[in-house]
Design a protein around this ligand. Sequence first.
Ligand SMILES: [Mg+2]
Length: 456
Amino acid sequence: MKNKAGESSMKNSVKKLIGRRSFLRSTAGVLAGGFWADETLDAALQYTRTASKPSDLRITDLRIAQLPGRPLIRIDTNQGISGLGEVRDGGSKTYALMLKSRVLGENPCDIDRIFRKIKQFGFHARQGGGVSGIEMALWDIAGKAYGVPVYQMLGGKFRDKIRIYADTPQSPDPKVFGQRLKTRIEEGFTFLKMDVGIGLFAKLPGVLTAPLGTPLSAYNRTQHMFTGVELTDRGIGAMADYIAKVREVVGMEIPIATDHFGPIGVNSCIRLGKAFEKFNLAWMEDFIPWEHTELWKKITDAIDVPTLTGEDIYLKGPFEVLCRNHAVDIIQPDIATAGGILETHKIGDMAMEYGVAMAMHLGGSPIACMASVHCAAATENFLVLENHFVDQPAWGDIVDGIEKPIINRGFIKVPEGPGLGITLNEEAVKKQLAEPGYFEPTPQWDKERSWDRLWS
Ligand SMILES: [Mg+2]
């Protein structure tokens, strides 16, 4: 049965080929007076790219290589083309593997259709990592199949290189920390970020008013508004003094973003923001959880420092709520949570209509980084992309095909190769594996299934 079907489909494709060749011959005959012979056609076909027939591409496998905190995804096809993706840093590989049965047999170039099929299985923060990571891999395959970089498929570039801001190790001494930031400027960075959490100052007397006997670390899973922790004037003064001393070392010219303030209440956020106004910070990030639109708006309206959130938001909808209300000044999606490359591009375009800039969060490997780079290149209101790994050169070792170091003088060059523009360095990935196994088979996920319709 199978043979018969195979034979007849082979006959059909031979017939199609003959039909096309006789058409070519007759066309050529009209144009060149019968000049084209079979030999000429055969020679011409040698230069026709036949390795990939995008309309016949099918997904045949989805496998994982587990780096520390970063499950890398490889999606294989029936034409020898594979695509690379990555689950959000700190996320579980299961978030991708549970989707394998839903993508097997699909044409990986139907990116948007597959995304809409699987997006119900993503959620905020790490749970967005499976859907987003698979989406990245589909773009990589489509780009390789058609021979174009991802940014080109998104509509082309607004910029050739992507501005990076680097995280920098903290120090309780603002002069020491200021010098570290100064080194970043010497390394070519044009945009800085610092953490200025109350943890740095909590040992000083009288900086916090908080329920007695409870360490700050106990509020790890308590949202800021429910901790009862508030800064005193002395605490705000200590934090402002720290930033003043950092600004003395690095000057006022370069933008400095700030993050990780700690579990303080809304009123403390506002008082702190007011005290920081004179330092012209690029933004104050994640004061409170992103979903409290009205509280964010209250903070944003009260202080003359840009506010920012978004690294844990899945899909465009919640970003639209924040932008429409001007609840924050800048949004910062993470491509590995937000829904992948196209959704993040759409988030940027939506924000632009409200006059809101888009920074991009990143905690991932060079795979998620290059996915971000293509999206940033093609999104007009992009501001700056995060990187935590400037002091870890091995971070870039797992990919080849692009210029090294990946971050050069504070920027990443937008790659021109097909897809994400990178290939995997098998040896380097094997060296960094957190679990044994390099993209081992995953047949246990081939048939996972449920009735997934979202309505009745
Ligand atoms: Mg952050």
